[in-house]
Design a protein around this ligand. Structure first.
Ligand SMILES: Cc1cc2nc3c(=O)[nH]c(=O)nc-3n(C[C@H](O)[C@H](O)[C@H](O)COP(=O)(O)O)c2cc1C
Length: 206
């Protein structure tokens, strides 16, 4: 069993990556193999809108890293997407990746039944995390994944995915910023619970 995490940040190993690693640590603690891929390390060309994928489950673009990434997605039981908020939305890199997966569901639901989850990080407190998480959730659902949220086992309030921010409040009228997401206790808690919920659902697939 394997859970794949894809980081859409244009910066490797920063806040979004840290959130993904927090979730993956819980997945690993449940005995499931994990891998984090930084999309910025890959060469993924934009969709050509050639509609080749309306005829068959294949993409006409070859020679970039998308086929290798798709193989990993198809082999995984769980997929976690992470994106920083860029202008209230996912990053450009992540959107290019999302568009290139169209062939996976237009004539066959190749990712159907897998388990999905999402995390988003922004500078501001209300910087667009919720919108970005909804966009990620919608994408995962369009691809046929079952999307877990961060609810506690006993129920109660929950979020679509995990949201983090650098904004830490006001101090003498000046904005105080966190150094990174690991200082955002709610985000850390949410990522860990999301990871546990993802692991549980993946284990139920057996
Ligand atoms: C092009 C661009 C657009 C951004 N737009 C927003 C935004 O709409 N709201 C916000 O709160 N932060 C915004 N940010 C800040 C990033 O969301 C923030 O720095 C985030 O922590 C980056 O994630 P990373 O640390 O994983 O790279 C933007 C940053 C960039 C580079």
């Amino acid at each position: 069993m394997k859970v794949l995490a894809l980081n859409g940040s244009h910066r490797k190993g920063k806040n979004t990556a840290a959130m993904l690693r927090l979730a993956l640590a819980e997945v690993e603690a449940a005995g499931i193999e994990t891998e984090l891929i930084e999309i910025t390390d890959l060469n993924i060309r934009p969709c050509l809108s050639c509609n080749h994928c309306l005829q068959q489950p294949a993409c006409r673009i070859t020679g970039d890293d998308m086929a290798r990434l798709a193989e990993k997605m198809l082999a995984a039981q769980g997929i976690v997407l992470g994106s920083p908020v860029y202008f209230g939305n996912v990053t450009g890199l992540l959107k290019i990746f999302m568009d290139r997966t169209r062939w996976m569901h237009m004539t066959a639901n190749l990712l159907e039944g897998k388990i999905g989850a999402a995390v988003a990080h922004a500078g501001l407190r209300n910087g667009g995390q919720e919108m970005t998480l909804l966009i990620l959730e919608r994408f995962l659902k369009a691809q046929g994944l079952f999307v877990v949220d961060d609810r506690e086992p006993e129920g109660g309030i929950y979020n679509v995915g995990a949201a983090g921010s650098l904004y830490a409040g006001l101090e003498n009228g000046a904005v105080r910023w966190r150094r990174n997401v690991t200082e955002d206790a709610l985000a850390v808690h949410s990522c860990r619970q999301l990871g546990r919920n993802l692991a549980k659902k993946v284990q139920e697939l057996i």
